[in-house]
Design a binder for this molecule. Structure first.
Ligand code: DGL
Length: 270
């Protein structure tokens, strides 16, 4: 049986990475965990996010995936090194790929980062960006109201526009040419974010670069799915499966049957 790529997030945000993996690597089987009952992770203490991430990884590992993708910036910021030291599999986060994409794109060297409180407080993007380009100027901002909008499926409405405008208005004072969407939920709102930031600011979504890195890792370890594979993806969520299904179908543009979605609460045990 084909081994899956395990992808996890605090909720539906990691589906932005899944969509890109499906586009670039259509033969790969994906197993996704969205901790929709405990989202958002952003305002939670780092130790708690670390514990939740360990619980989810311990659960997913039972299905013997070939790699783990922490498709959550908040969890990547606090738990990537820890998970790498605990698991004997390739483990990827989304911060380094996002930082690399921004450095590749920015001409002015002034880069904005928006993310959750946990991600921005960790300074993980600044560190990743400065490791790649020491003189880059980084301007960061938290957008705590974005994740609840996405989890409610409210991607484009007057309310979304109002919230995005209010959250991003301080960034207009900065002459950045790139804005990193440093939370995997934010690409759901990218039309509105782009409208508010204007045409001179490129939005950086780490999903594309993350999928490219996944492909490289699998290629190097000779683990890419065979050409004849027709993958059946599996999804787990800790909240309402029907709610997850609605958002997943809308975002991925394909039918996801309820039989593909299982409810599981990692803290309640397997
Ligand atoms: N999607 C996640 C991230 O990339 C977490 C959002 C949240 O749960 O606050 O940070």
């Amino acid at each position: 049986m084909q081994q899956a790529i395990a992808v996890l997030d605090s909720g539906v945000g990691g589906l932005t990475v899944v969509k890109e993996v499906m586009r670039q690597l259509p033969r790969e089987k994906i197993m996704y965990f969205g901790d929709t009952a405990r989202t958002p992770y952003g305002p939670r203490p780092a130790e708690e996010v670390m514990r939740f991430t360990r619980e989810i990884v311990d659960f997913l590992i039972q299905y013997q995936p070939k790699m783990i993708v922490i498709a959550c910036n908040t969890a990547t910021a606090v738990a990537l090194d820890d998970i790498r030291s605990r698991v004997d599999l390739p483990v990827m986060g989304v911060i380094h790929p996002g930082a690399r994409a921004a450095i590749g794109r920015s001409k002015s060297g002034v880069i904005g980062v928006i993310g959750t409180e946990g991600t921005i407080k960790s300074g993980a993007y600044e560190s990743a960006l400065r490791r790649l380009s020491p003189h880059v100027e980084v301007v960061s901002r938290t957008c705590p109201a974005f994740v609840p909008l996405v989890e409610d499926g409210n991607f484009r409405s007057d309310e979304t526009f109002r919230v995005v405008t209010a959250s991003l208005s301080p960034l207009h004072r900065v002459s950045m040419d790139c804005l990193i969407l440093g939370c995997t939920h934010y690409p759901f709102l990218s039309d509105t974010i782009s409208e508010v930031m204007g045409p001179d600011v490129s939005l950086i979504n780490s999903a594309e670069e993350t999928a490219r890195e996944i492909s490289t890792i699998l290629q190097e370890s000779n683990q890419l799915a065979g050409r004849d594979e027709v993958p059946v993806h599996r999804f787990f969520c800790s909240g309402e499966p029907w709610k997850f299904q609605k958002i997943a179908q809308a975002w991925l543009g394909q039918e996801i049957s309820l039989t593909q979605i299982a409810w599981h609460a990692p803290h309640v045990g397997a």
